[in-house]
Design a protein around this ligand. Sequence first.
Ligand code: DGL
Length: 282
Amino acid sequence: MEKSIDPIGIFDSGIGGLTVAQAIAKALPLEAITYLGDRARCPYGDRSSAEVARFSLEIGEYLVGLGVKCLVVACNTATAVALPLLREALPIPVVGVIEPGARAAVQASETGRIGVIGTSVTIASHAYRQSIHAISPDAHVVEHACPAFVPLVEAGRFNGPEVEQAVRASLRVFESTGIDCLVLGCTHYPLLSEVIEQVVGPSVKVISSADATAAYVANLLQEKRVANRDASARRYRYLTTGDKQSMKTALNQWFGQAVEEDAITHVALPEAAQRLTQSVRL
Ligand code: DGL
């Protein structure tokens, strides 16, 4: 069978990575996508790096077993702690979201003063700072963890007083920093972007890595000569470690996608996790 018709594998701890999946579907309308949301173990951002790395390897291996032709780590937390491990362990190209996001921020910033928000694991890793400095060594990067945001998004709360209060409290640290752009360093955060944009005001550009990552994937498929050439094999499959019904609600109501229940599959992964703990040294 031709590799080009195989799906692109995408994963996240939950529904946040759907923001990246949507951008990929838009940029690459002929491609099939298999998306896995590890909602049973979400959030990743408060876990240890070793645990996130283990989950990521387990999911990567699982998706390779399903025949995906490349893997998009649509999770900044997993990208921050597991990208090199995934690249080493898996026999397919692996794309993270941090480098594309960092590049988009450097391009968008006029002053070189860049804010980054993400989960506690992502911020503690300083992966964005390193990635931004690799492109623009003189950039001034202010990083801040916003652990309150992911639970709000997973619960479908994208606006309203509770969200406004959480966003205002979390972003106060940027008030006198003079940043002119703010990177949403977590794929869940674009779902809060309306409130985030309101809070930071028009002088701060709000950057998500979704479009930049999609452009990166498009180039990669061309380069590896595995881009799909017609839409006949296009199929979107959604896998969740949580319950199917809430995944369906998320897709239908929050992402406006008319997805039938047979496109959603529940997967259980703990066995693979045990096997990997024994065989992979983190
Ligand atoms: N959406 C993920 C990220 O980009 C993970 C959020 C979480 O599970 O804490 O970091």
